[in-house]
Design a protein around this ligand. Structure first.
Ligand code: CTP
Ligand code: MG
Length: 202
């Protein structure tokens, strides 16, 4: 397995109030933390997409930024870990777990996921329409791991938007499995998330 990494850091951070990747957490930029976790998980190189120093230009949608990263990977890469710069607390062992499951060789993609704990309701404005069963639902994180050919083929086959990479592979008929995620692996989405991450720093 020739494993490489992509960190996407090109978002506009609209909900945060500005680009997040260069924000410091415990004195270290979010994107650096994301790169380090992939390196420690065994990625031979990590391609950074976005505003980070040395980053390559991203795209309008997250999937466009991932595509830019895919195009820039070393030619001998066979597998890839795709990770959000906005998830600075993912441990290296989570990346290793994803990579190890990928290495078994029977699936196209591996995602970290956590069973949903809250009760879910579908709403229209403030009105509750119905309660959605949470049975069989997981909340999905990054890093996500893929057979590179499968992810590239999924990108070629489908130009619609997706909030994660596995969605493209699923829609293209690929097989995706999940491994246990980490409750501490929060995504920095809004300003208050940074204080939570600060408190959770190992
Ligand atoms: N991302 C990216 N390119 C985009 C959109 C998102 O590289 N066009 C990256 C973000 O930098 C982030 C990750 O994808 O690391 C997850 O996206 P999200 O948390 O939604 O970040 P933003 O899109 O920046 O935030 P918002 O949706 O609030 O604007
Ligand atoms: Mg976004």
């Amino acid at each position: 397995m020739n494993l490489h990494g992509i960190v996407v850091a090109a978002g506009r951070g609209e909900r945060f109030g500005g680009p997040k990747a260069v924000v410091l957490l415990g004195g270290i930029p979010l994107w650096v933390r994301a790169v380090e976790s992939l390196r420690q998980a065994g990625a031979l190189t990590v391609t950074v997409v976005g505003a980070a120093p040395g980053g390559i230009p991203g795209g309008i949608r997250r999937r466009d930024s991932v595509a830019a990263g895919l195009a820039a990977l070393p030619s001998d890469a066979s597998h890839v870990l795709v990770h959000d710069a906005a998830r600075p607390l993912a441990s290296a062992s989570l990346g290793r777990l994803v990579a190890a499951r990928l290495q078994v060789g029977d699936v196209d993609g591996v995602v970290p996921g956590i069973p949903v704990a809250d009760t879910l309701k579908q709403v229209e404005g403030a009105r509750v329409v119905t309660t959605v069963s949470r049975s069989g639902l997981i909340a999905v994180q990054t890093p996500q791991g893929f057979v590179l050919d499968a992810l590239r083929e999924a990108h070629r086959a489908d130009d619609s938007d997706a909030t994660d990479d596995a969605q493209l592979v699923e829609r293209n008929g690929g097989s995706v499995v999940f491994v246990p995620g980490e409750t501490s692996n929060l995504k920095i989405t809004r300003p208050e998330d940074l204080a939570i991450a600060e408190a959770w720093l190992p």
